[in-house]
Design a protein around this ligand. Structure first.
Ligand code: RB5
Length: 145
C-alpha cells in the first residue's frame, strides 16, 4: 500500500500519481488534500508519514510546491526515510543507497515526465544493502527515530 499526500501546491500531481498507480495496479491510500484550495502541507504529510511509520503503508509519495516541506515533515517520523528528488538518478540512488521509503518532489520544480519516471524508478529499484545497511541503520539508532 502506497501513501500519497500533497498540499495545494502538489494537488494536481497527486491526482496524476493516483491515476499512474492505478494503471500500475498498485494500491494507494490518499491522505489529501482533496482540492486546490490553499492548505498547510504539514497536516497532510504528517498523516501520511504516520501511515508509513506504523507500517500501514509500505511506501509513500508526497508532493508539495518544492518537495521540501513534505520531506522535512516526513523525516521527523520514526522509521521514515524520505528523499526530496528532482532527478531520476536521485530517486534511484535514494532506493539503492538510502533505502528511502518515501519519495518527495515539487510540482513547481519538476516536469510531469521526470516525476513519472522518478516514481517508476523509485518503485522498481531495490536497496543494495551491503555497506549501506550499516549506514541506514545508524540513521535510526543515532537519532532514535
Ligand atoms: C506552498 O505555497 C508551498 O510553500 C509548499 O507547497 C511547499 O513548497 C513547501 O515546502
Amino acid at each position: 500500500m502506497i501513501a500519497i499526500a500533497s498540499d495545494h501546491g502538489g494537488f494536481h500531481y497527486k491526482e496524476k500519481v493516483k491515476a499512474l498507480l492505478l494503471q500500475m495496479k498498485l494500491e494507494c491510500k490518499d491522505f489529501g488534500t482533496h482540492s486546490p484550495e490553499p492548505v498547510d502541507y504539514p497536516d497532510f504529510a504528517h498523516a501520511a508519514s504516520e501511515a508509513v511509520s506504523s507500517g500501514l503503508c509500505d511506501q509513500g509519495i508526497f508532493i508539495c510546491g518544492s518537495g521540501i516541506g513534505v520531506s522535512i515533515v516526513a523525516n521527523k517520523h520514526k522509521g521514515v526515510r524520505a528523499a526530496a528528488c528532482e532527478s531520476v538518478t536521485a530517486a534511484e540512488l535514494s532506493r539503492k543507497h538510502n533505502n528511502a521509503n518515501v519519495l518527495c518532489f515539487g510540482e513547481r520544480l519538476v516536469g510531469w515526465g521526470v516525476a513519472e519516471e522518478m516514481i517508476t524508478v523509485f518503485l522498481n529499484t531495490n536497496f543494495e544493502a551491503g555497506r549501506h545497511t550499516r549506514r541506514v541503520e545508524k540513521i535510526h539508532s543515532l537519532t532514535g527515530r
